[in-house]
Ligand binder design. Structure first.
Ligand SMILES: C[S@@+](CC[C@H](N)C(=O)[O-])C[C@H]1O[C@@H](n2cnc3c(N)ncnc32)[C@H](O)[C@@H]1O
Length: 351
């Protein structure tokens, strides 16, 4: 179900959908009440799935003699994400290896100085497993006080580790990489989004068709998923809408997976996977663009894309977050399916 009711959109953005839907379930407006019921059903299924995944993960860690305590969410989660407390960074790394047996992979694999710096400065290691949706497990080993300004500008991030590979002996230099990158950003000395469009998280399978509806994808469209991951949107768009569908993916392994999936669907020339940088992709013949990215990155990209897209093209970004300011005004829609929830932001390129 899809609604532009601000109360549901805001509720998802603030991770308060269950409380808001409970208040609206008996609303006099039957459409509002129906959406509230669907939202509660979806949230219930997400909570059940998260509980089952969490139990399996804790059991796997226990079998490997790794202590792990679930960190309770204040509100029921709206996505498939689990946070566990482990004793220290060694336990977190052992846990990541143990969970590999169940198909979980670390979001990032650092080596050399980046790995050493990560072990010294980080507090959480994230592993993910993607099937019909992506389950995210955060292994946290210490709480941090709210970061001071100094900590915020010097604490290395994944983008800093990606920006430059330093040997182990130079790992403390990462504390300088961040301020230098921030300054270069400020001065406009490096291209924005240099850090990439974010890690792979699959759009939940049951959200794909509703999101294609939001983008109003039909047989005459040229649909592009920028950062297509395993190609799930590309295959779905070509199969269910009969349109030409293209996926652009910078990660070679994911691009290969997406190609295999396109080949398996036997879509011929209708679907194509391009291995490359989405920011360089020529959009002149494209009529519908899809993005599922960290909202900070997506928000910054929207301006650029809207300038490069032809008239009447639709751009849809989905995330459980509001758009960062300043973003061009969008129509924001709450989307709820059987076991998933998101907010879709839509722009239509004007004359
Ligand atoms: C959140 S995933 C979304 C995957 C897919 N669109 C979906 O919704 O299931 C973002 C994807 O963007 C890819 N990516 C990140 N930076 C990129 C870039 N500069 N060019 C192309 N792909 C990129 C990542 O490898 C990842 O697969």
């Amino acid at each position: 179900m899809i609604t532009d009711d601000r109360r549901f959109v805001e509720a998802i953005n603030r991770q308060r959908l269950v409380a808001v839907a409970r208040d609206l379930v008996d609303d006099a407006d039957p459409e509002v009440a129906a959406f509230a019921r669907a939202a509660l059903d979806a949230c219930g299924r997400i909570a059940d799935r998260v509980a089952a995944e969490r139990a399996a993960v804790v059991e796997r860690l226990r079998a490997n003699e790794i202590a792990a305590e679930p960190v309770d969410d204040v509100d029921p989660p709206l996505h498939h994400s689990i946070e566990l407390r482990v004793p220290d960074v060694d336990a977190a790394e052992r846990a990541a290896s143990a969970l590999a047996e169940d198909g979980y992979e670390p979001s990032d694999r650092w080596t050399g100085g980046a790995h050493r710096s990560f072990r010294r400065t980080a507090d959480v290691l994230t592993v993910t497993r993607t099937t019909d949706c992506t389950v995210v497990v955060r292994l946290r080993w210490r709480d941090r006080p709210p970061p001071s300004l100094l900590a915020r500008v010097t604490r290395p991030s994944a983008a800093d580790y990606r920006a430059i590979a330093l040997p182990e002996a130079l790992s403390p230099v990462y504390r300088l990489v961040r301020p230098v990158r921030l300054l270069a950003d400020r001065l406009g000395l490096r291209p924005r989004f240099e850090g990439g469009l974010g890690p792979f998280l699959g759009t939940p399978a049951d959200l794909i068709e509703p999101l294609l509806d939001v983008a109003d994808v039909g047989p005459d469209d040229v649909f592009v998923d920028l950062g297509c991951g395993d190609g799930r949107l590309v295959v779905a768009a070509a199969l269910s809408r009969g349109c030409r569908a293209i996926g652009v993916e910078s990660d070679p392994a994911l691009a290969a997976t997406a190609r295999r999936s396109v080949d398996a669907a036997d879509l011929g020339a209708r679907a194509e996977i391009v291995h490359g940088d989405a920011r360089a992709f020529d959009l002149t013949a494209v009529t519908a663009v899809f993005l599922f990215l960290p909202i900070g990155v997506a928000g910054g990209l929207v301006d650029v894309l809207l300038r490069r897209l032809p008239r009447h093209a639709r751009l849809v970004v989905h995330e459980q977050h509001g758009l960062p300011a300043p973003s061009p005004a969008a129509e924001s829609l709450a989307v709820v399916s059987r076991e998933s929830v998101t907010v879709a932001h839509r722009w239509i390129v004007g004359p």
